[in-house]
Design a protein around this ligand. Sequence first.
Ligand code: SF4
Ligand code: SF4
Length: 343
Amino acid sequence: MANKKINKKNIAKLLGDWSKEFTVFVPSQETGIATIARWDGKDTSFLDWHRNTIVPPKAIFLPPMEEMFSFQKDKQSYHIELPSSDRQKQLIFGIRPCDANAMTILDKTFKDAYEDPYYLSKRKNTVLVGLGCTKPYDSCFCTSVGSSPTNSADVDLMLIDIGDEFLVEGVTDKGRELVNISSELEEATEADETRAKETKDTAYSKVTRQLETKDIDKKLLSSFENQDFWEEIAAKCISCGICTFLCPTCYCFDINDEVSNDKGTRFRSWDTCSFPVYTKMPMENPRKEKWRRVRNKVCHKYEFYPMLFDIIACTGCGRCIRRCPVNWDITQTLDKMPAKVPS
Ligand code: SF4
Ligand code: SF4
């Protein structure tokens, strides 16, 4: 498919056309915090304010709290009822490349290593329409982890800002099919392609934070037992868990039963390895000291995930840097690491 374009004034019409087939989600501030929420059928003001959401799109696929099943005591046993798996097709409009990359990273755990039915029922029914960044934060470092503000590798359709219009790039078959649903899209010209290239180059150059990630898993491995280093790194962390809750690639969850008389519901809800009480229910937390918990958070992303899946589990979205109440900074931690690559 040759690339298309759409005037920004016509985005509401485009979303309206897609709404006939999909439940459409867009960046929203309706609850007072920027998140991805169901489109109200008219508002496109996010085109002006959206740099990135505070709550990452992972919340659509792995909600902060989710019913797993309900149960009812039935003589000697229990009757189990699963939530409906009849899902309407959904479309997320405006996902940033870093957050789309996070979905590919989460797929490694929830699709490849283990098939999680709750996650997959949503993931398989969702089309991702990316919106390239033009104003990265100074905390963003996506270019250091192999991506860029306009990377289309993990979306189905990609929109690039070219002034009054967006260039629309079909990436997957699912994305190309979206183009046929609406009559709002026009053929892109060579001049549009040139402007899109300029947007991409400019956005790339605006990501100024850099992190050396070559051999980072090996360096972490050789620093693993360096307690002095990890204690110093962890000193100011207050174990609030914000960095992990808002991280688009963190996925730990806890499971609880809400029981009343002889029936109840089992839920899972976000948990974090930053908490001293993490994993306390099945056993004691193996990481009682804070430095061990901070080490785990960093190593999970930059050592364990590369070892298991050959991919860094950090997208460089910078949320953990922007939102930490004590200015703990993962890039500074990794930069300070004293380790050498083992020969
Ligand atoms: S947000 Fe900051 S203080 Fe809170 S757990 Fe993360 S690093 Fe520690
Ligand atoms: S570790 Fe920080 S920068 Fe990396 S994906 Fe998580 S929130 Fe984003």
